[in-house]
Ligand binder design. Sequence first.
Ligand SMILES: [Zn+2]
Length: 446
Amino acid sequence: MPDGSSDPLGPLPRPADQPLWDPEHQAMDPELRRRLQDERVRSMVARIFDAPVPLFLSKLKEAGVEGPQDLRGVEDLSLIPLTVKQDLRDSESAVPPWGEYRFTDPRKGVRIGTSTGTTGQPTITVWTRHDLWIEYESGARNWWRMGYRPGMIATHAHPAYLYGGGAMLQGAYEYFGLLTIWVPPPDTDELAEQAIRFWTRVKPDIPFMGFSTGRFLEVADKLGIDRSEAGLEMRLPPGFGLGKGMPLMTAGAECYAYVGGPCGVTAGAHIHEDWAVVQAVDPETGRDVPDGEWGNLVVTTLDRDNGLLRYDLEEACAILREPCPCGETSARGMWGGRFKDLLACQGRRFQASELEAALRVVPELLQPTLEYQVVRPKGDSAQLMVKVESGNDLQPSSPSAQAIGQRAAAAVQEALGIIAEVEVVPRGTLPRSGYKATRVIEPLSG
Ligand SMILES: [Zn+2]
């Protein structure tokens, strides 16, 4: 494989029928890969002492690591205290603007981005060319597994500018060799229409718009544009629906955007372990939970100019290690949602996505898209309050709408064991978003 520093803008071509993008690393002998990880962990620790990187140096000292020689590799990672987003935020506030967790002078970077900042001041991420190359190669493994090939036309609607995710996806698609149509997020019907009309001129082979898909479908229906004319037939990537939760496909743009991808043969996403140690950790002890059980998603990135050591994303993950017959030799990860999206009432803990899956059982709520909001329950005895938009041509006050609301409540009780009050509201009542819709709203105080 070419390395990032000497590479032109794209990777070397490879035969389209080759099963893996990078067989040398994806089908690597697990023993050898583990040794590579150990070596890369040690080199990261050596850089923390050399640079130095004060934030991570203090974590190492807390663990009694006095020098690079004190850490053997992956097996010793569980000794090192976790670092969470708030640590990065605090570090940036104390020593603005970069904080004390960078391994490389930010001026050696070529791209800057911030996290979305939904839970406080966004932190700053800086990528060097080498760091981008790791992401692009990782993305390429994912696209190849999903059947994408250079020469296809892709489209996406990721937010841009300071938000790092859009440029990352666009760059990764270009590197891979896709002709990529980047449209603005559909914040308004006009923006959505602009994109849809363009797709009727240049029809994408890969119409993956992630969170925004529902918005485009809704506006296409409003305009009377046939979905297939705009290439809007959606298909889920392989492997969705296998196992509990979703395949672990990202650890966030700030940490590892393309940490893994599903092969569709077994549950979970193959983790790119040559570039990361991914652990499901019990935050009380710092130790890995048993394979297959939910723990905190903790990532140590490897071989980057700017790394993160034992970074706890405060999301749920589970690791699966039984060998996969597809030929890849890595462990696989399942994703169980963000802890901040976790809801609790009536003695149950659940994700908004589980509520959504329950509502999807009622076909009348799905046309053209399922739009709902849930109020975060206050206290364990609270009733779950859900608002869901009615389907086309359905009057919310009508007896049939009320009956549908009751069926939705029954579906929620069946799936989650929770008593919910489901209110059917007119279509267009709930706020729309060009990117991630807000599904969980906070209760009114007082
Ligand atoms: Zn596999």
